[in-house]
Design a protein around this ligand. Structure first.
Ligand code: PBG
Length: 333
């Protein structure tokens, strides 16, 4: 045998020689039980409308939702997050707290078909307000903006309504100061002490939400969301937001978007390892992968899995992703 001319102290390639070895030493795993599928529901019947900028994602009427939930259960998806496109919009977003609101009804439908499905209800106003902002509008010195504390009152109302409808987790996404505390207090008062809150902790004013705003019909009709969602050029502030959420009683922290914000996921997980960390791979991230794949420029399945592993590697425990069903199918094979 030829003598090795190099006395290397360690050879990383030794454990990369074949798939069995690679699998044995892998430290990051995608698990279907940690993926959450977002679902858009709307009023009407017999409709499953495609969203042009999000191939493979639909707006479902309640009858069609039933079919989708059955399919999700078959492939092993255990949790969904609901977004509603309501029958009407007004200044306050009052359609969001009606007993027969679209999300309230959707929760019922899901619980009837698959009672063990964890139903997360997004709790926000942008889909329900005529102006498309995530709260009620006030005016100060001639400038219109979301009135923080008036919005808190309405958020509590919406959360209670979703809880009464049977939601398993409330997920406030409006980036309104004090939203976790306001919701926690309202839930506790009515006996929902056991209902967890998944707070969109570090939610950035991102341009990656574009396709979602088509899907949920929730684009702001004037201005933007920069006075409530975080400035994406800020990193350290995420720690403060997380500290506040924890103090206010959040059960999960979330970073959104995910892949362009891996540093934030990493930072929060390092700082608060005890908090379940959720990452939201948003509509724009999904659309980019889909578009490149449709052009034949990227291998969709491989890039999907790599992107999600990267998000977990950074420190996410749970991922909200439009790919959840596809991942479940591809891991199940
Ligand atoms: C509502 C909300 C948004 C998203 C989730 N909840 C839109 C926004 O903040 O404008 C975006 C999700 C996505 O892009 O996939 N506040």
């Amino acid at each position: 045998m030829q003598k090795n001319p190099y006395q290397l102290p360690f050879r990383p390639r030794r454990l990369r020689a074949n798939e069995a070895l690679r699998a044995m030493v892998r430290d990051t795993h995608l698990r279907v039980e940690q993926l959450i599928q977002p679902i858009f529901v709307k009023t009407g019947s017999n409709k499953k409308d495609a969203i042009a900028s999000m191939p493979g994602i639909y707006q479902f009427t309640l009858d069609k939702l039933a079919e989708e939930i059955t399919e999700l259960q078959k492939v092993g998806i255990q949790q969904v997050i609901l977004f509603g496109i309501p029958a009407y919009k007004d200044d306050e977003g009052s359609a969001s707290w009606q007993d027969d609101g679209i999300v309230q009804q959707a929760i019922n439908v899901i619980k009837e078909i698959v009672p063990e499905m964890t139903v997360i209800a997004d709790c926000c106003f942008c889909e329900y307000t005529s102006h498309g902002h995530c709260g009620v509008i006030g005016e100060h010195n001639g400038i219109k903006d979301v009135d923080n504390d008036k919005t808190l009152v309405l958020l509590a109302k919406q959360a209670v309504s979703l809880a009464k409808a049977g939601a398993d987790i409330i997920a406030p996404s409006g980036a309104i100061d004090g939203m976790v505390l306001a919701i926690r207090e309202a839930l506790d008062e009515l006996g929902f002490q056991q209902l967890p809150i998944m707070s969109y902790t570090a939610k950035y004013a991102s341009h990656f939400y574009g396709p979602f705003r088509d899907a949920a019909d929730g684009a702001p009709q004037f201005g933007d969301r920069k006075t409530y969602q975080a400035d994406f050029a800020n990193s350290h502030l995420a720690l403060r937001e997380a500290a506040l959420d924890i103090e206010e009683g959040a059960d999960f922290l979330m970073v959104k978007p995910a892949m362009p914000y891996l540093d934030i996921i990493y930072k929060l997980k390092q700082h608060y390892p005890e908090m379940p960390m959720v990452a939201y791979q948003v509509s724009g991230e999904y659309a980019m992968i889909k578009a490149a794949a449709q052009n034949g420029w990227l291998d969709e399945t491989k890039v999907m899995l790599e992107a999600l592993i990267a998000i977990k590697r950074a420190g996410a425990d749970v991922i909200i992703t439009y790919f959840a069903k596809d991942v479940a199918i591809s891991l199940g094979q």
